[in-house]
Design a protein around this ligand. Sequence first.
Ligand code: NDP
Ligand code: CA
Length: 316
Amino acid sequence: SWSQPLQSKSNEDQNADFQGGEKIRVLQWNALSQALGTKNDNFVKCPPEALEWKTRRFRMLEEIVLHDADVICLQEVDHFRFFLKSLAPLGYHGHFFPKPDSPCLYLPENTGPDGCAIFYKTKKFDLTKVHNRVIEVWHVESNQVVMCTTLRSRTTGQEVCVATTHLKARNGALLSTLRNEQGKDLIEFMASESRSCGPAGSLPRAVICCGDFNAEPTEPVYQTMTENDLKLQSAYATIDGNEPKYTTWKIREDGEHIQTLDYMFYSEDQLQVNGLLDFPDGEAIGQNRLPSTAFASDHFSLVVDFTMKAHPKKRF
Ligand code: NDP
Ligand code: CA
């Protein structure tokens, strides 16, 4: 399977405020639900053996384990117990939150609803809070969810809110508007998570909000995520100011879909990007694109190395 070292950012970017701060590696991956992948998606060029659960599950695990992330954020999880049990011996604990009316439930041989999951290394972090939310659009619950974990470093005591989400899929002006409204709800939620329950006078916690946003960078939701009081920036856009050319590459009946839909947004006042995982090129991906026997999902995983600000100034 494909792997590549993390691309390091140049030392010129290193800001003294971040030297000695806690480091945190986060993996973001839409792992492709087994029920959707086999019964719904219709990846016309994907060899059926690439989607066989008996073998695919170990390739999914390999993809997750390979990068040795401190925090693992997944979407389209419909086999949470498999991941929970397999990742436990590697030092991870995790949580799962299903979509209220998951499309998986309407498919034959489903294994329950799909949803978002977060795993973290228990040696590195204590979980101080996990807060799940059904994302609202115009104050009405949608079928999309967000999971936010507040993690406290066991060495520095610093806290970070790591959240993951999977926004409404498919094209069209109405759906683009809907995703934007979901983004607004997400920002409000993250703002309150980053501020809540901290010691009196403490600064808001660092925020990492990642997921499959089902939106190209040109969609309004991207601007909603990056232009707000949380001062979020997209980690993959910090290399040259542009998002990658794709984070998913698949062939459906209507042709090839090469899209950038997955992101890792982070609060740039409190976190610095030190490195990120590159994506394979078209040749390495192969003619039949994703998923394949080399790539277990139709989405690539995003991996980012962050450093937290070393000594956040107290507000008195
Ligand atoms: P979304 O519209 O967000 O998408 C559901 C899944 O479909 C996503 O995981 C998405 O993957 C995938 N998807 C996106 N584009 C395509 C495509 N062109 N072909 C196949 N799959 C695609 O889900 P919602 O939560 O809003 O649920 C809506 C769906 O649930 C309905 O379309 C319906 O099929 C099903 N449903 C059925 C009901 C019933 O039968 N009575 C009732 C309720 C729901 P990705 O994000 O990776 O693109
Ligand atoms: Ca999907």
